[in-house]
Design a protein around this ligand. Structure first.
Ligand code: SAH
Length: 221
């Protein structure tokens, strides 16, 4: 009987090394971000047909016709956000919960919003299983932010709006940073970094990206 040599794709340690190598080679160099991405297993956030592709650097379909972002984009956005250990962070677009889980390793508290109740339910269950107790998820329209918990040190939007939503700008602390994709939904969008200055906002364009659109209102499921 031959057992054969185990396929290196199936060796978790090797798989993790390749995952981290791919992140570094695409510009994710911040040690804290890499450690967070090493700790949080993306495989737990991708279910069904595409589960075996969870460690590849590509976006994948999740429930409700949405997508979990490409790991290198998650890493670059998190890095651009410059999260500090005492920060309170707001994320718009919970989706699978993967990005929120990464943020939970870097911040004091993470509030995350999705317009799909089902995504909020499923990701909250995962946060509970992983004992990520500093994340709170809620189903509502994220374009209005979360006024009850505002202001925020950092805001990350993972769906594209045509312009930065006014309520989100208003909920950013002085010195606070927001990273978000802007542009028409079916065209190339730009990832931008907005910093709240004492008397206005500074806008920096980071890179072209492609995200699902920020849609108005609560979804039906
Ligand atoms: N950050 C996610 C990926 C987000 S995909 C992850 O790590 O998996 C974009 C998400 O934004 C989708 O789940 C979509 O339902 C949500 N979304 C779109 N418009 C929204 C809105 N107005 N308010 C809240 N969530 C919204």
């Amino acid at each position: 009987m031959t057992t054969g040599t185990p396929d290196h794709e199936d060796d978790p340690a090797e798989r993790k090394m390749r995952f981290l190598f791919a992140l570094r080679s695409r510009g994710v160099t911040d040690a804290r971000v890499l450690t967070a991405m090493e700790r949080i297993d993306r495989g737990l956030f991708v279910k069904g047909l595409f589960a075996d592709r969870a460690y590849e650097d590509m976006p994948l379909p999740i429930s409700c016709g949405q997508t979990i972002s490409q790991p290198s984009v998650v890493g670059l956005m998190t890095q651009a956000l410059g999260v500090q250990p005492r920060d309170v962070v707001l994320e718009i677009g919970t989706g699978s919960g993967y990005q929120a889980a990464i943020l939970s390793q870097l911040a004091r508290r993470v509030y995350t919003i999705d317009r799909h109740r089902r995504l909020v339910r499923e990701s909250s269950e995962l946060f509970r299983q992983l004992s990520l107790t500093n994340i709170t998820a809620v189903a509502r329209d994220g374009s209005f932010g979360w006024p009850e918990q505002a202001p925020f040190d950092r805001i990350l939007v993972t769906a594209a709006a045509e312009d930065p939503p006014g309520p989100l700008l208003a909920q950013l602390k002085p010195g606070g940073v927001m990273v978000l994709p802007v542009g028409q939904s079916d065209a190339v969008q730009s990832l931008i970094k907005v910093t709240r200055l004492p008397n206005g906002f500074d806008y920096e364009e980071l890179r072209p990206v492609r995200f699902v659109p920020l849609v108005e209102g609560l979804a039906s499921e």
